[in-house]
Every structure is written in C-alpha cells, then in structure tokens.
Design a protein around this ligand. Structure first.
Ligand code: GDP
Ligand code: MG
Length: 295
C-alpha cells in the first residue's frame, strides 16, 4: 500500500549512496517536488514540504548527503501529519451512547466504513447500534442491514424515503434505553452543490446532536478532497475525516494534503472492502511507510 510514493522515494534516495556523499541538493529537491505532485499532493503543500526541508538541511550548516535529505523529508512529513492526529480515541469514549454521524458525497464509502467501525467497536467488547440514515438511495437500507448482519450489529431502520433524522432519533433512543455504547448514523450521499440535501443533513445534525461528525472522503479524488471538505465545512460542519480506498490506485498524497489543508484530524484510513480493512491513522507509521529507511 502507498507503494507509489514509497517506491519513488526509495529509488531516489537509494541511488545516492551514503551520507558522506555530497549531492546536488536543488536537483534532489526538484525531484521530490515532482514525486509529491505525481502522488496527488497539492502544489501548495508540496512546495511547503520542500521549503521546510530546505530550512532543515540549511540549519545543519554543512554539506548534506542523501541520508540528510531523506531524514529531513521524513521529519517534515511526520510533522505535517502530526497536525492531523486525532485528539480523542473514539474507542475509549465514556459518554453513552457516543453518537457518530457519517457524512460525505455518494460512493465515498460511508456505509462500508460504518460496517467496519461497528465491527471494530464490537471487537473491542463494546456495544453499538447502526442507524440506517440513508433513506434516499434505493438499496441503501438493505446494504447496511446486510453489513449489520455480517458483523452482528443491530440496524435501526425505517422505510425507504423516510425522514433520516427520525431514524437517527430512534436509534439513539434505542441505545439509551439499553445501555448501548455507540450509535453510528449513516447518511445519503450528498453532492455538495445540492442545497436541499445539505439542509436535510443539518436537520439530522440538529436532531441527533452527534458527539462526533466524520466526513468520509475517497482518497482517489486526490486534491478534490480539500474542496469536498471545504463545502461540507461550510454547509454542515464536521469534526474529522476518514479517508477511504487507500488500497486502490489512490496515490497516497491525499493523506498529506488533507492533513495539511483541511485543518481537521484524520481518524481512520480505509484500506479495502472487507470489514477488517480500517486502520487508525498513525502519522509516524504513515510517514515511515512513504519515506522508507534504507533496507
Ligand atoms: N477498495 C476499497 N473499496 C472501498 C473502501 N471503502 C468503501 N469501498 C467501496 O466503495 C463502494 C462504495 O461504498 P459505500 O460504502 O456504498 O459508499 P457510500 O455511498 O458513501 O455509502 C463499495 O463498493 C465499497 O465496497 C476502501 O477502503 N477500499
Ligand atoms: Mg451509503
């Protein structure tokens, strides 16, 4: 996973030899910029990375080698990603029920991610219920019902076309009366341009009063992730992000761009279609993954 970046950086840094070797810094930095852009990091963020790297190596006050450049790059990336470290561990929440609303445009992976989160919560020994809040798309209620069954979690549902806020309300009541720890609320895919649907989303938020609202973004869209985040921030508001489909041809750079430009924590990364394919976001792990150490 994230092999695009990893392989290119490995090739770049692998060719230069040891730290003693003096390299043409500007050339390497140019190449790093190119690799970042190819991986879907935005120009603004890619330039920032190279600039901070440059400051770091300059502060070393000596001729630098490839190892110095690699470590400077890695530390800049770690620092950027650290800014998106989640402030709370969702799994450790004491409030009961802890209500999480999932937002995002169509097909980003909201429903699948809810299945994965329910599975994770259940594995941690806590209880969870799902609200089938996508009453809009044909087949959405059935999809979440099947996922619920697969992971052994109850799904509260109304009929198709119903009021999603009412479904969310019922699920929260259900959880409160039974001492269930978590409520995960699904929602219909909203095009950020569709005003009515955004209004409906606001109503769900008003009624459910979620403790956490997560925006699910498909990493394959690259830099458009930032536009989606801005539109949702303006229209409904959210507290954090889940980036999905990092196992596909997503070039991985969206993680860095979102971390730097969205200004909200990244909670999880979706890395497959299976119920176990959800990883907590770990900045150091990710940075080490994309800027590999020498073998
Ligand atoms: N490869 C991969 N596919 C995913 C991931 N998350 C979701 N999907 C797939 O993306 C498609 C849309 O997912 P869905 O949950 O229905 O999206 P929603 O419209 O936002 O609810 C489905 O085929 C999912 O299996 C992921 O992390 N990796
Ligand atoms: Mg869905």
């Amino acid at each position: 996973m994230f092999d695009g970046l990893r392989k290119k950086f490995a090739a770049l840094f692998g060719r230069g030899g040891g730290s003693e070797e003096v390299v043409k810094r500007a050339e390497v930095e140019e190449k790093i910029l190119e690799i970042l852009l190819e991986a879907d990091v935005s120009l603004e963020t890619a330039e920032k990375i190279v600039k901070r790297m440059e400051e770091r190596v300059r502060a070393m006050g000596r001729k630098v080698g490839m190892n110095d450049l690699r470590e400077a790059l890695r530390s800049v990336v770690v620092e950027m990603l650290q800014g998106a470290r989640p402030p709370v561990d969702i799994m450790e929440q004491a409030k009961k029920p802890y209500v999480i609303l999932f937002l995002g445009i169509n097909g980003t992976g909201k429903t699948t991610t809810i299945g994965k989160m329910a599975h994770l919560i259940k594995k941690s020994g806590r209880r969870v219920v799902i609200a089938a809040g996508d009453t809009f798309r044909a087949g959405a209620i059935e999809q979440i019902a099947i996922l619920g069954e697969q992971v052994g979690v109850s799904v509260i549902k109304h009929s198709s076309g119903g009021d999603p806020a009412a479904v969310a309300y019922d699920a929260i009541e259900h959880a409160a009366s039974r001492g269930i720890d978590f409520v995960l609320i699904d929602s219909a895919g909203r095009m950020q341009t569709n005003r009515n649907l955004m209004d409906e989303m606001k109503k769900i938020k008003r009624v459910a009063k979620p403790d956490l609202t997560l925006l699910v973004i498909d990493a394959v869209v690259g830099q458009d992730a930032v536009n989606q985040a801005r539109a949702f921030a303006e229209a409904v508001g959210f507290d954090g992000v889940i980036l999905t489909k990092l196992d596909t041809d997503a070039r991985g750079g969206a993680v860095i761009t979102v971390a730097e430009e969205v200004g909200k924590p990244i909670y999880y990364l979706g890395v497959g279609q299976g119920m176990d394919d959800l990883m907590p976001f770990d900045p150091v792990w990710y940075a080490n993954r994309i800027v590999p150490s020498p073998e």
